[in-house]
Design a protein. Structure first.
Length: 126
């Protein structure tokens, strides 16, 4: 791009993202954030499936779990928190970057097709 077509706010500015360490205050806030999420995730998991020693019916060994609809909502939240905690490792200052996920084509993820002879051997074409 020539200097005549550059936007004024871009003139003289490096176009690569600066990777460095954040301010200590930012690191402290992010660690408090992650710790709060870890505590919340632990509490969610106990709510979804309480320990056997807690919440039993009349001395039986069966645990009382929340209704299925409630557990689905709790699991959804737990998964989101878990992903957020897992994603925190990818920060440039957090250490080694996580390996990039490998892309799989739709063909490789599908089960192989059986031949007519194989289907007959399984009893599908009788």
């Amino acid at each position: 791009m020539s200097d005549t077509t550059d936007r004024l706010q871009d003139v003289g500015r490096p176009h690569k993202r600066a990777v460095g360490t954040p301010a200590p205050a930012t690191v402290a806030v992010l660690e408090r954030y992650r710790e709060a999420m870890r505590i919340e995730l632990g509490e969610l998991l106990e709510e979804i499936r309480p320990p056997a020693s807690q919440l039993t019916l009349g001395g039986s060994e069966e645990r009382i779990k929340p209704p299925l609809a409630e557990r689905v909502k709790l699991w959804d939240l737990a998964i989101k928190i878990g992903r957020e905690l897992d994603g925190a490792v990818e920060l440039p200052w957090a250490g080694e970057p996580a390996p990039a996920p490998t892309s799989t084509s739709s063909r490789s993820s599908r089960a192989p097709r059986l031949s007519t002879r194989e289907r007959r051997a399984l009893g599908a074409d009788r």
